[in-house]
Design a protein around this ligand. Structure first.
Ligand SMILES: Nc1ncnc2c1ncn2[C@@H]1O[C@H](COP(=O)(O)OP(=O)(O)OP(=O)(O)O)[C@@H](O)[C@H]1O
Ligand SMILES: [Zn+2]
Length: 713
């Protein structure tokens, strides 16, 4: 039987072939008038008895040049489909490299022959072979040849203990290591020990965003070139993605380094999964099957170990600010907690300096004391970093005469003012227009930006620091990093490199500058305006804000020798109108455990995850009424379904941003203290949602989707 890789088709379809095919074999099959990639899901090897002639069509091509996808991989795909309430075909297809869909079996066979020949012809570059296609990847130094393994540094005592405990563990492990404690070295060592000891073994290393951590990628490539390292992420060309996928599937690459999507890589000898920065929201997919790659990593390791020793495939989650879900799992012993509280080199974590904005000069962007500190540091050759989680120049333009605001015509959101090209851009639908010369409402010429984004902060900073000089007597250089400044391919890497080389004195940016970077000369980090996160309606907002601030702080003072030689004070400045907020009390101490404990107590009292389980159903329609009606009708129809008695279904409400690209959006939250009950209900409920769609009240519904374990509510 074959599952055509086609979303929207529920159960697997039946095809016949003149010889038995193993489950997991890739095939091409006819569907209607088309020809599609398919995957043999079950192969009962049945005689054709009971099958009417002409009832099942024949398989057209078999991709027998590559081995079938193994049982563990199929188990992962079917679990993910079931758990996240999507069709198996959709999940399995999305997990395969898109180019495979357009390939004939013999084309693939020829390609593989070419690859094998190239590898055999040039053994010196065998390790590199698999990387060649990717032009964005770092070049190996010419001196590197097969057999070279660049030795890493000697482990610190803390690292040595953590690694040893990980190697001996029989459970998923959570590496809770402070920023700059050397978690990456643990990953590298764990991979190295495994691959040396098992000549077949493969390892999967997951990172939130690969472009943000070119250093990490370079370290893996450099140290493990001889074993074949490939990357898997959305920045690859289709051809690269296929090459890398094949290298992993055939075992030529023994290390896969990738983003969320890499969790579905075919790794027949997978024995280790590392999830770096496991708290990062980008591990949760926001489209299609809304899976959590971190959660699937834990599942996958267990599934890969099935029928073998429980420790056959190991999983290591690492973070300085673990998700509360993982933290709790470690607290109750489901995960093994490995702690590394010390920074490499023994440097101190930044001291928190809260800036009470109520006591600052009116309209001030940055507190005078903060500005002064930045200027002093630049004069000494130190760097500073300013975090502002909003890109663009100003979130909105407004007319003070008539109250006109730069609203997006298609969304219930403001269009953001970008001064650089004088446009108003909607960050939700992509709408873009020229800034009007006068107010479209009343003709007033005096329309003004309200609020501040990174673009404006950069501009103001340059002005405010005009008097200051860097160590070489030149004016201070400010670098801005956000989604706008890094749009061109390679520009992010280039700008980051400039920062590392000390070309810039001040780095301004959105959360992307807070993540994982191993900056050596930053001694000051400032959060310009974090207050939004203190009072957001989403119960996860404090968790996210705390993690962001600790991660940002973690970029400062990473080189203890540099700090000592400078005699620098390593500091985290936070500008706030609410200095009394309890979140800051834990931040002063860099006390993640205290913060986590307090948050978990609140969650337990309110029966929030991880003490309960949630799903969010979102509906999109021409009208808000229809979107809500679909959800409410389906909820009524779901009354008799299995698991319902353990569930709370809240009424449908408009989403926080109610309209995007002229589509109305509504959502319904479902909560339960039982995961199995929630799962059983959702599985049965899909049909009710489908039926509700044909009700007159739901006319104009475009689509709906279930988000299991949603991250944002
Ligand atoms: N045993 C060691 N000896 C010397 N230097 C080390 C050792 N281990 C790690 N380092 C160095 O310490 C620095 C910090 O390590 P790393 O970037 O892995 O920290 P991290 O724990 O991942 O921090 P973060 O959570 O902030 O990303 C790096 O420059 C790394 O090369
Ligand atoms: Zn819009």
């Amino acid at each position: 039987m074959t599952t055509p890789a086609y979303s929207g088709l529920g159960p697997a379809l039946t095809y016949v072939h003149d010889r038995p095919l193993e489950p997991g074999t890739l095939v091409r099959v006819p569907l209607g008038k088309r020809e599609l990639l398919g995957l043999v899901w079950e192969a009962p090897g049945l005689s054709l008895e009971g099958l009417e002639p002409g009832q099942a069509r024949a398989v057209l091509q078999v991709f027998d040049a590559i081995p079938p996808l193994n049982a563990a991989w199929r188990g992962l795909a079917s679990f993910a489909a079931r758990y996240y309430q999507r069709s198996l075909g959709e999940v399995a297809l999305a997990a395969l490299p898109p180019q495979l869909r357009d390939l004939q079996a013999e084309q693939l066979a020829r390609k593989l022959k070419r690859l094998a020949k190239a590898a055999a012809g040039n053994p010196k570059t065998q390790g590199r072979q698999v990387n060649q296609a990717a032009d964005s990847e770092p070049q190996m130094p010419e001196s590197l040849s097969v057999g070279d393994t660049k030795a890493g540094p000697e482990l610190s005592p803390e690292q040595a203990i953590a690694l040893q405990r990980f190697q001996a563990a029989d459970r998923p492990a959570l590496l809770f290591g402070t920023t700059g404690s050397g978690k990456t070295e643990i990953y590298l060592r764990a991979v190295q020990e495994l691959l040396e000891q098992d000549p077949q073994a493969q390892a999967l290393i997951m990172v939130p965003e690969i472009n943000l951590t070119p250093q990490l990628e370079a370290r893996f490539m450099e140290r493990f070139a001889r074993w074949g390292v490939v990357s898997l992420h959305s920045g690859l060309t289709p051809a690269q993605r296929l090459d890398h996928w094949l290298a992993a599937h055939q075992g030529r690459a023994r290390i896969v380094l990738g983003t969320r999507m890499a969790i579905f890589a075919s790794l027949p000898q997978l024995r280790l999964i590392v999830v770096d920065e496991e708290h990062d929201p980008s591990y949760k997919s926001q489209e299609g099957a809304r899976y959590s790659a971190r959660d699937l990593a834990v599942y996958r390791a267990k599934r890969e170990s099935q029928g073998r020793s429980p420790a056959h495939c190991r999983v290591l989650l690492g973070s300085a600010t673990p998700s509360l879900e993982s933290w709790r799992a470690a607290e109750i012993g489901r995960y093994l907690k490995l702690e590394m509280p010390q920074r490499i080199g023994g440097g101190a974590l930044p001291r928190l300096r809260l800036v009470n904005m109520n006591h600052q000069p009116k309209q001030c962007v940055l507190a005078p004391a903060l500005l002064e500190s930045i200027a002093e540091r630049a004069a000494r050759g130190e760097q500073s970093m300013l975090l502002l989680n909003r890109r663009g120049y100003a979130p909105v333009l407004a007319c003070h005469a008539c109250g006109w605001k730069s609203d997006c015509p298609h969304c219930s959101a403001h269009a953001v003012f970008h001064k650089i090209d004088r446009t108003l851009r909607c960050h939700h639908c992509g709408y873009s227009s020229r800034v009007p010369y006068a107010c479209p409402g009343c003709g007033n010429l005096d329309i003004a930006p309200v609020g501040r984004g990174t673009e404006q902060l950069e501009e103001q900073l340059v002005g405010l620091l005009a008097h200051a000089r860097r160590a070489d007597g030149e004016p201070i250089r400010v670098l801005r990093l956000d989604a706008d400044s890094t749009r061109a391919k390679g520009s992010l890497e280039q700008q980051l490199a400039g920062m590392h080389e000390g070309e810039f004195d001040v780095l301004v940016g959105t959360q992307m500058i807070a993540k994982g970077h191993d900056f050596r000369r930053i001694t000051l980090v400032a959060s310009v305006n974090a207050d939004g996160g203190l009072f957001a309606s989403d119960y996860r907002a404090p968790e996210r804000l705390f993690a962001l601030l600790l991660q940002a702080a973690g970029r400062a003072g990473r080189d203890a020798d540099f700090v000592a030689s400078q005699g620098a004070a390593v500091e985290l400045w936070v500008q706030t109108w609410y200095p009394e907020h309890p979140l800051f009390a834990a931040l002063v101490q860099h006390d993640y455990p205290a913060f986590a404990t307090q948050q978990l107590e609140e969650r337990e009292a309110a029966l929030m995850p991880p003490y309960s389980f949630q799903a969010l159903v979102r509906a999109e329609a021409r009208t808000q009424e229809a979107a809500q009606a679909l959800l409410n009708l389906a909820a009524q129809a779901g009354e008799p379904l299995p698991g319902r008695e353990h569930l709370t279904l809240y009424p449908a409400v408009p989403m926080a941003i109610q309209r995007v690209a002229n589509v109305e959006r509504a959502q319904m939250l479902i909560e339960s203290d039982s995961r199995p009950a929630l799962q059983a209900f959702l599985a049965a409920w899909q049909e009710q949602l489908q039926l509700a769609r044909s009700q007159p009240e739901a006319k104009g519904v475009l689509r709906w989707a279930i988000d299991v374990d949603p991250l944002a509510i």
